[in-house]
Design a protein around this ligand. Structure first.
Ligand code: IFM
Length: 442
């Protein structure tokens, strides 16, 4: 891949927050020290995870967190985004782990940034209806209050949910992720209830005194396959489903046209008031743009995901681009397009942005492709800042290789390599590159 290697990454503003991200189920292991989650059930079913693996041990971060915090300190990041496992918090002594982790981070001078839900719903709640049930949003607010009460003296920056779009689409519409439901458009209540949970969580965090709160939504530009009306219509619909459906309730307090009517509940305007509870910043997870056309009557496959023919769109290849090991196209300039597009679409209503995830899967310790990916995306991010988009931080996905959901351990996103037999951590070339980049930033 072509890079501007050698040229330093341009300087970001003073106070810009640099970090790396992980999530509980993907790294912690210690499954016997917590209640079961939907992912424990899902991974136990044959054929659900490509390599047949589970996250029972994963990176064993639960036991090895001091070593991992030392890696963060060595990297020189200002912040670490991790997630708090709801099933662990429900289990005796579970919150103690996050207490210890928070103390360790603070002692190392790394700011803790917990995400309060990253897809690992407790099985007990799934059995009560999961995200198809409105009550789960209220239960989430209770969970948030418990965590905030315990950690709020040291944690000042919070993330409510991770990628409700993917959890709706992959987990409930297509059945590719836990809890494995294949409801297609009947999965829409899952979107509404997660958004409601987000709004209730913001209120619970404010009640606990928090004043630095965001959400991590995944977004990417949608590129129509052609200028034909059928392709434009399909791409517009995809954009609503993956981008606008999750951004607009939070940012504008409204659903895109026609979507509010499809949502469950007696009083959607009242719910939207909760969902639009002001956030202090808006988190964007960005990986790649998507090229979308009219349905072509066949099942298709995109980055490991099976897309059934009955969807009202089809995902097409972006030609002429390098792809990551996951098959995702590498298009750094689409990050600039995404951010300026958000600014143009939402104007003054758009809160400051934080890139809460960006990264790529590649094999190998000498991961020059990852360096090129990060280099290109940081330049693209800087271009967006120069164009006047208010971006306040950037987090790499991920600190270390981990359990990549339905792909198992086959996809390596880490700056640090994990040997899943010995659990030994080895910083990759990209770790050293990112550390040096941060030093240059001063
Ligand atoms: O590993 C995931 C993460 O859990 C959510 N965002 C995308 C990452 C890479 O697929």
């Amino acid at each position: 891949m072509a890079t501007d290697a050698g040229d330093p990454i341009p300087r970001f503003p003073d106070g810009f927050l640099w970090g790396v991200s992980t999530s509980a189920h993907q790294i912690e292991g210690a499954a016997d020290a917590r209640e079961r989650s939907v992912w424990d059930v899902f991974t136990a079913e044959p054929g659900r995870v490509k390599d047949g693996s589970t996250a029972a041990v994963a990176c064993d971060h639960y036991h090895r967190y001091p070593e991992d915090v030392a890696l963060l300190a060595g990297l020189g990041v200002g912040a670490y985004r991790f997630s708090v496992s709801w099933p662990r918090v429900n289990s005796p002594g579970g919150l103690d782990f996050y207490d210890r982790l928070t103390d360790e981070l603070c002692a190392a001078g790394v700011r803790p940034v917990p995400t309060l839900f990253h897809w690992d719903l407790p099985v007990s709640l799934e059995e009560a209806g999961g995200w198809l049930t409105r009550d789960t949003a209220a239960r989430f607010a209770d969970h948030v209050s418990v965590v905030a009460e315990r950690l709020g003296d040291r944690v000042t920056k919070w993330i409510t949910l991770n990628e409700p779009a993917e959890h709706t689409l992959l987990g409930h519409a297509l059945g590719a992720h836990a809890p494995g439901r294949r409801l297609l458009f009947d999965a829409l209540p899952v979107a509404h209830h997660q958004l409601l949970a987000h709004g209730l969580a913001v209120r619970a965090l404010r009640a606990a005194g928090a004043d630095d709160i965001g959400i991590a939504n995944s977004h990417g530009p949608t590129w129509p396959a052609s200028g034909e009306p059928a392709d434009l219509e399909a791409a517009g619909f995809y954009d609503v489903l993956l981008n606008r459906l999750f951004a607009e309730p939070v940012i504008l307090g409204e659903y895109p046209d026609g979507m509010g009517e499809l949502m469950p509940g007696d009083d959607i305007p009242a719910d939207l008031e909760v969902i639009a509870e002001p956030v202090d910043w808006y988190g964007i997870n960005y990986y790649a743009p998507t090229r979308v056309g009219a349905p072509d009557g066949t099942d298709s496959e995109y980055g490991g995901l099976a897309l059934p023919a009955e969807l009202p769109f089809s995902v097409r290849e972006i030609e002429g681009r390098a792809t990551t090991d996951f098959g995702w196209p590498v298009v750094p300039e689409a990050l600039t397009e995404l951010l300026t597009g958000f600014r143009d679409r939402y104007g003054d209503k758009l809160p400051p942005i934080v890139i809460t995830e960006n990264g790529c899967s590649y094999e190998g310790l000498d991961d020059q492709d990852r360096i090129a990916y990060l280099d290109g995306h940081l330049r693209a991010l800087h271009t967006a800042l120069e164009a006047g988009v208010d971006v306040r931080g950037y987090f790499v996905w991920s600190l270390m290789d981990n359990f990549e959901w339905a792909e198992g351990y086959a996809r390596r996103f880490g700056l640090v390599h994990v040997d899943y037999t010995t659990l030994e951590r080895t910083p990759k070339a990209s770790y050293h590159w990112f550390r040096d980049m941060l030093r240059n930033q001063g």
